[in-house]
Write a protein that binds this ligand. Structure first.
Ligand code: PFF
Length: 532
């Protein structure tokens, strides 16, 4: 292979406009997490008891990490690196190992992508179904659960026979993601985000206004009304603050919803220019996400489900699974209000748009890795990443019933997220050094970060993350490793998935090694030529 391949071809891509990157980061952050995961976490953790740890986690972990990722990403981008291995290496040049920690910043997003995209494809399917006779009749008959189980092939029933239709929508969704990515940062991601994010905001506001005006749906149950639904979420309940599980869920939700702690924002920020602001832009994108999560996400599913099903039933439905509230409860309600089909259509379209602006962000680290570190063309990169992810997606689709999605979600969105967030924080505040870090954050900044965040970033954020990992380690890990809660008949699938994850991680680490070996070779050759 010629040396020339490994010498950078021209400069890297950049964002077109400031609003473009803010909307792209907001688009990554706003996703199924805001509308499906947040209500579930809030209900499972006691409604009003959840929001206090949630806000604490936002200010002590979420916002600092947003700033860290924007800053570190822009810094690494200046050295031509768009993913964690290269970015970390440019921060700590002396270390030979640090780049291997960075592998998580490519691995984690791809693992989330492989199940997230499948779920996103259901929403594309449901957007079409919401206008179809078949679905409307399922809603009328109160059989949305059967409809869903048939669709994802948990069972064969009168609505679906086999997984064909779900697979068809998966293929379309998968292709759409790669088409956008193929168009690159400006003409792909930025353009789509500029259209999809405002659109989903409008849809969300329409749905919220509809919900607020629902009042008391069943006059015989006066306590089941929208106001009390809001009360369920917003009346503070201090009794559960001593329960570490509530704190764990809150931090997990904050990281997931903001898309931080996994390498994605790092990559997006690497396409910034050196003089671009990160402080105000980072804060704006985080605030947009929080508006959507708390105001829109919190005002649709929870109050509606509360008003129609009451305080006990809402908890029961939620305990049955992550998709119960959003996919099965909401449609039932749409069946009971005038113009319900239109609102159902809005709801699923909103979810699909929210999903796709997130899933494209999950792909970009892998794309950036091949482009930056192997100097491959976009076409080749898209092809390589496309083939790999397509293969990796299959278990999530065909073994969903055996718990494949939950297993992938656990390792990527629970473990990797917290672990990688901790690495990033330590690297930034301790190894790079908080004083240098502070200077770097404020380069080109349009706003100053309050001084106490220096203390928070150095001590509180890492301690908080460390405490969570330590708690898990002590309480849950052994049970997870030995699959204590996995039914025996599913253990084969779970082991298979774990092997797949380990192999994939090792392959990525080897690729990092190969990329750096080549870089070493080039340096040596250049030196030799200069000495001649
Ligand atoms: N933030 C997205 C959501 O709330 O649905 C999910 C997500 C996207 C998580 C990108 C992590 C990520 F890197």
């Amino acid at each position: 292979m010629s040396i020339h391949r490994y010498i950078k071809k021209g400069s890297r891509q950049t964002w077109g406009t400031k609003i473009g990157i803010i909307l792209a980061v907001a688009g990554s952050a706003i996703g199924l997490g805001n509308f499906l995961r947040f209500p579930v976490q809030a209900v499972l953790n006691g409604g009003g008891a959840f929001l206090i740890p949630y806000f604490v986690a936002l200010f002590l972990v979420g916002i600092p990490l947003m700033w860290i990722e924007w800053t570190v990403g822009r810094y690494g981008g200046g050295f031509g690196h768009g993913t964690a291995p290269g970015i970390f290496h440019s921060m700590v040049k002396k270390s030979r190992f640090i780049k291997y920690f960075g592998v998580i910043g490519i691995f984690g997003p791809i693992i989330i992508f492989i199940y997230y995209t499948y779920i996103e494809s259901w929403l594309l399917g449901y957007t079409f179904f919401s206008l179809s006779e078949k679905y409307v009749s399922a809603v009328k008959a109160g059989e949305v659960k059967d409809f869903f189980f048939g669709y994802v092939n948990i069972e064969n029933n009168k609505y679906f026979n086999g997984i064909g239709i779900a697979y068809f929508f998966f293929l379309i969704t998968f292709a759409l993601n790669f088409i956008i990515i193929y168009f690159g940062i400006r003409t792909g991601i930025e353009k789509v985000s500029k259209i999809a994010v405002p659109m989903l905001l409008i849809l969300g506001i329409i749905l919220m206004l509809r919900v607020i005006t629902l009042g008391t749906p069943d006059p015989s149950k006066t306590a089941w009304n929208i106001n009390n639904g809001f009360g369920f979420l917003w009346n503070p309940d201090f009794s559960k603050l001593g329960d570490p599980k509530v704190w764990l869920s809150a931090v997990g939700q904050i990281l997931f919803t903001l898309s931080v702690g996994i390498g994605v924002i790092l990559t997006y920020a690497s396409y910034l220019k050196k003089e671009d602001d990160v402080v105000l832009s980072g804060l704006t994108s985080a605030s947009t996400n929080e508006f959507v999560e708390i105001i829109l996400g919190g005002s649709i599913v929870i109050p509606v489900a509360f008003a129609f099903f009451g305080p006990e039933q809402i908890v029961k439905i939620t305990q049955e699974g992550t998709f119960g509230l959003g996919l099965m409860t909401m449609p039932l309600i749409f069946g009971k209000i005038p113009l319900g089909e239109i609102f159902a259509f809005f709801w699923f379209l909103l979810l699909f748009l929210a999903g796709i602006t997130s899933s494209i962000s999950l792909l970009q680290p892998a794309i950036a890795f091949f482009e930056d570190e192997f100097n491959l063309s976009r076409k080749k990169t898209v092809l390589i990443v496309g083939v790999i992810t397509f293969i990796l997606c299959q278990p999530a689709i065909f073994f969903m019933k055996q718990g494949a999605i939950d297993e992938l979600d656990f390792w990527a969105a629970n473990f990797c997220l917290v672990f990688f967030a901790l690495i990033e924080t330590i690297l930034f505040a301790w190894i790079f050094g908080i004083d240098k870090a502070w200077e770097e954050i404020h380069h080109g900044a349009q706003m100053k970060v309050p001084g106490f965040y220096k203390f928070i970033m150095k001590y509180i954020t890492p301690l908080f993350l460390f405490a969570i990992l330590a708690f898990w380690f002590i309480k849950e890990w052994w049970g997870i490793i030995i699959m204590k809660n996995v039914p025996t008949e599913n253990q084969g699938v779970i082991i298979g998935i774990r092997i797949m994850l380990i192999l994939f991680f090792i392959i990525l680490a080897i690729l990092v090694k190969i990329a750096w070996n080549k870089k070493g070779l080039i340096k040596e050759n250049v030196k030799r030529m200069n000495n001649r």
